[in-house]
Ligand binder design. Structure first.
Ligand code: GAL
Length: 449
């Protein structure tokens, strides 16, 4: 047992804050406003006699701020026992639920594998909620881009575009399809990759993440509940070419993925280069007792993914000692990562803004605005503007910002005009409306001195 855990113990019974074993199999984690939400299959019923199956209970949700202690938020998408035709009837298949937040609509969108007990129906179901804790309303299922659809995941890119990644064509390819802007439809541009003749080498249980501008797709072979060798592939674009890289696992039983199967890769909020690879260690004879194996990802200089076995490890090792623990570079706006950083920023001393930061940067103006947003929500009182072009920045400061220290890198000039922060060299001219805020000094500060 691992009640009130203080460290990760892959494969141990993992209890929620009520002391009950967590029921979130084949799941995924969404980070939203400082809270992690873990969604997964609730399998908390006995196997159907003589089978390796349980009736569908529904999709569970758990919440946590530290990735170790999880509060049960309940079954957020329950089975529908009184309608045998429902796709959520207990005798159907509802697997691998994954949730994204859509910033445009404000909704939480869940995609999941919907099937009948013989796995011939093979569709992708979608449900929607107003809050991460649900309840989710089931909208129905589709055959994305006119293909069958089995194990699936979703991935949200920094620019807000989201993709459904799913096993198609009778286990012979992984299909990546761009979701509609509201994330509710899966009939956009698509590619079919990692093509194989069929089981057991065909890929399933896809999990996607992005690191340093590169996309990674971890998958398993196709042997049902039985473990097999994992594999990962990389690409420069989600809808581009994917190159197979081999098995990322190392250590005892790495060729059997530590007797587990991956389900999701979780970017750790505020961690520098910190990702947790989530696996399920299935117990086909007592599925409710399937365990979780969470392991930190490691990367070589060249960006190769490695997942070494660990008996026990601490989540803090993913944030401590990294530059992120002291300072955070905010170079993107409104991205999942930026939100993720928010929580850890409570422990940081400064928010570093870097408008020229990366190709994904959506613009310096909003980036500084984002830094202010993060400063307000975290209590960090120092924003450091690194070298770059902060063009026509008109930042609305309020009374709550009066103790905010805004610094610039050497050579930069920042002008505070009433309720606004301006750079010294806006191309567009000073078109901001001065609006004095008590406590905010007006004037120009030259940071050369
Ligand atoms: C696996 C799949 C699981 C589940 C299982 C049923 O291949 O990844 O999600 O469908 O088969 O046998």
């Amino acid at each position: 047992m691992n009640p009130s855990p203080s460290s990760m113990r892959p494969g141990a019974v993992w209890c929620d804050t009520d002391g009950q074993p967590i029921q979130a199999h084949g799941g995924g984690v969404m980070f939203h406003q400082g809270v992690y939400y873990w969604y997964g299959e609730n399998k908390d019923v006995p196997n159907m006699p003589g089978t390796e199956r349980v009736e569908v209970v529904g999709v569970s949700c758990y919440s946590s701020r530290d990735l170790l202690n999880w509060k049960n938020e309940g079954v957020v998408l329950p089975a529908v026992p009184d309608d045998p035709d429902s796709e959520l009837h207990p005798l159907k298949v509802v697997e691998r639920p994954k949730v994204l937040h859509n910033a445009r609509t404000g909704k939480f969108v869940m995609w999941m594998h919907i099937d009948e007990i013989g796995y011939q129906y093979a569709r992708a179901g979608v449900a929607v909620a107003d809050r991460p804790e649900g309840p989710f309303t089931y909208l129905g299922s589709v055959r994305p881009c006119d293909a069958d659809s089995r194990d699936l995941t979703v991935f949200q890119d920094d620019d807000g575009a989201a993709y459904l990644v799913t096993g198609v064509l009778w286990h012979s390819a992984i299909q990546i399809v761009r979701l509609s802007d509201d994330y509710l439809r899966a009939d956009g541009e698509f590619v079919r990759v990692l093509q194989r003749p069929g089981p057991p080498t065909a890929r399933e249980s896809p999990a996607v993440f992005k690191r340093r501008g590169r996309y990674y797709l971890v998958s398993s072979g196709t042997t049902g509940w039985k473990p097999n060798e994992a594999e990962y592939a990389v690409a420069d674009r989600m809808l581009g070419e994917w190159t197979t890289q081999g098995n990322p696992c190392t250590g005892p039983d790495a060729e059997l993925t530590f007797h587990a199967q991956n389900t999701h890769v979780l970017p750790v909020a505020g961690g520098d280069d910190a990702f947790i690879v989530m696996f399920d260690r299935w117990n086909p004879h007592n599925l409710r007792d399937s365990r979780y194996v969470w392991l930190p990802a490691e990367f070589s200089e060249a960006g190769e993914l490695r997942i070494p076995w660990r008996d026990e490890w601490s989540v803090e090792m993913l944030t401590k000692g990294s530059p992120m623990a002291e300072t955070v570079t905010v170079d993107r706006i409104d991205s999942r990562q930026a939100y993720a950083e928010g929580e850890v920023l409570r422990k940081t001393s400064a928010i570093y803004v870097n408008p020229a930061g990366s190709d994904d940067c959506e613009g310096p103006v909003a980036t500084l605005a984002r830094a202010l947003e993060i400063a307000r929500s975290t209590g960090v009182r120092r924003i450091v503007l690194q070298a770059g072009r902060y063009m026509d920045v008109a930042l609305q400061l309020g009374p709550q910002d009066s103790d905010l220290v805004i610094e610039a890198a050497e050579g930069e000039t920042v002008t505070l005009v009433g309720g606004h922060v301006l750079t010294g060299w806006t191309d567009e001219g000073d078109d901001c409306i001065a609006c004095p805020v008590p406590g905010v000094r007006e004037g120009t500060r030259d940071f050369r001195s």
